[in-house]
Write a protein that binds this ligand. Sequence first.
Ligand SMILES: C[S@@+](CC[C@H](N)C(=O)[O-])C[C@H]1O[C@@H](n2cnc3c(N)ncnc32)[C@H](O)[C@@H]1O
Length: 203
Amino acid sequence: MDEQSVVTAYKRMAKSYDRVFGAVFEPGRQLAVSKMGCKPGDRILEVGVGTGLSLVHYPEDVKVTGIDVSPHMLEQARARLNGDAHRISLELMDAQALEYADNSFDKVVAMYVASVVPDPAAMMREMKRVCRPGGDLFVINHFSRDDGPIAACERMISPISKLVGFRTSFPLGEFLSTAELDSVDIEPVNLFGYWKLLHARNV
Ligand SMILES: C[S@@+](CC[C@H](N)C(=O)[O-])C[C@H]1O[C@@H](n2cnc3c(N)ncnc32)[C@H](O)[C@@H]1O
């Protein structure tokens, strides 16, 4: 995946995204926000906010910033803000080069984004940099098997990545070793627990 392919893929998908990926990814979004244990005044950054399907789950007394590299996905997210623009801001930005100072947020989350960004290690570096020490990092994603027949299958279909807008081969072990997170909790989510919610404290 390169950035242009991501922008093109999500331009194509933006209008139908909620119908296709709304319900199927919803349990993960709800679980991630409930695990955040948001406190009044918390500053939350959601990278790859997409069409903003998660925004409804945040309590009203936190400040949410959502960023995304796709102007078409953000357009959908803006359309659902209604009267919430004072506490939710949406910015066009690359998760791999965040335009925020160090330690700007209490909690940083990436839902279904890690296998889409061209460089997931850079995204994680940036998420850690802008999260305050002792803050919380959350990632939800589907991770492919490290080995075995299913892993071979996932590797085989990897050339269609550009078309579908995400990497089909994305092993958890590989992600964890590049992400360099401290003591990660891993919880299965969504259909058949096929996706994982990762939570780590930012050190
Ligand atoms: C599968 S969608 C997930 C959207 C949303 N988080 C959800 O729960 O449905 C992946 C999103 O990541 C965004 N994305 C991909 N690469 C990105 C990058 N480098 N920086 C910011 N957003 C990115 C895409 O534009 C898309 O909106």
